[in-house]
Design a protein. Structure first.
Length: 217
C-alpha cells in the first residue's frame, strides 16, 4: 500500500465558473446628418458676418446718444473710410446749425483743417442708427417714431413687408433635431447655452436676412 496514495490521489477538481455576461452592444450614435449640416451652415455664416457685426457695434457706440452727434464717425466710419450713408437713399448725413449748417458731414469734415475728436453737431432731419436682424448696421435719415416721408419710415415698411413674406422659418421638427444634435455634440453645454445656440442659429439661418447694408467695415 502506497502511504502517499491519499496525497497523490487528492487531485483538485476544477470548479465551474459562471459564464461572463455577453457585452451589451454599443448604442449606435444618432444620425444627426441634417442638424449637423445646418450647424455647419450656421458657423460659416456666423464667421462671415463676424466683421460686419463687430463694425456695427462700433458704429452704434461711436454715434450713440440723443441730441448732438459726433461728427468724426459720421464722416469717416463708412465704407472705405468715407461717410456713413443712409441705407435707403444712399446719401450722407447733413449737419444742422453753426457755420456748417446744411453741409454734408464729409464735406464739413474736410473743410475743418484741424477737426477735434469731440466735434459734435445736430443732424438735419434726424438720423436713425440701428442693428438689424442679422447683426449688421443700418443708417437712415429720419426719426425712430416713424414720421411719414422719412427714409427710416420707408425702410422700415420695406423690411416689414419682406419679413412678412419670408417663408424660411424653422419648423418644430428642425428645432428638435438641432436640440438633439447639440446635446450629443456639446455635452458640456448647459441647457441655457444650448438654447442660446439654437436661438442664434434661428436668427442667422431661419430669419429674414436683409443683407449687410451699404456701410461696410
Amino acid at each position: 500500500m502506497n502511504p502517499f496514495a491519499s496525497i497523490w490521489d487528492d487531485v483538485p477538481t476544477a470548479t465551474a465558473t459562471a459564464p461572463k455576461p455577453a457585452a451589451k452592444p454599443a448604442k449606435p450614435k444618432a444620425d444627426h446628418g441634417e442638424a449637423r449640416a445646418i450647424y455647419d451652415r450656421y458657423t460659416a455664416k456666423r464667421d462671415a458676418l463676424a466683421p460686419h457685426r463687430a463694425y456695427a457695434r462700433a458704429v452704434v457706440a461711436a454715434t450713440a446718444g440723443a441730441g448732438m452727434t459726433a461728427v468724426k464717425p459720421l464722416a469717416t466710419m463708412g465704407t472705405g473710410g468715407g461717410p456713413l450713408l443712409c441705407d435707403h437713399c444712399g446719401r450722407p448725413m447733413i449737419l444742422e446749425g453753426g457755420s456748417y449748417n446744411r453741409v454734408p458731414v464729409d464735406v464739413a469734415w474736410k473743410r475743418n483743417a484741424a477737426p477735434a475728436d469731440k466735434w459734435v453737431s445736430y443732424i438735419s432731419g434726424g438720423m436713425v442708427v440701428e442693428i438689424t436682424t442679422n447683426g449688421t448696421v443700418r443708417i437712415y435719415h429720419g426719426h425712430t417714431n416713424g414720421q411719414s416721408g422719412e427714409c427710416a419710415t420707408a425702410a422700415r415698411d420695406a423690411f416689414n413687408a419682406a419679413d412678412d413674406a419670408f417663408a424660411g422659418k424653422a419648423s418644430g421638427a428642425v428645432l428638435t433635431k438641432l436640440n438633439a444634435f447639440l446635446r450629443d455634440a456639446f455635452p458640456d453645454q448647459t441647457d441655457r447655452e444650448r438654447m442660446d445656440t439654437i436661438s442664434a442659429i434661428v436668427l442667422t439661418l431661419f430669419t429674414y436676412d436683409p443683407g449687410t447694408g451699404v456701410n461696410r467695415p
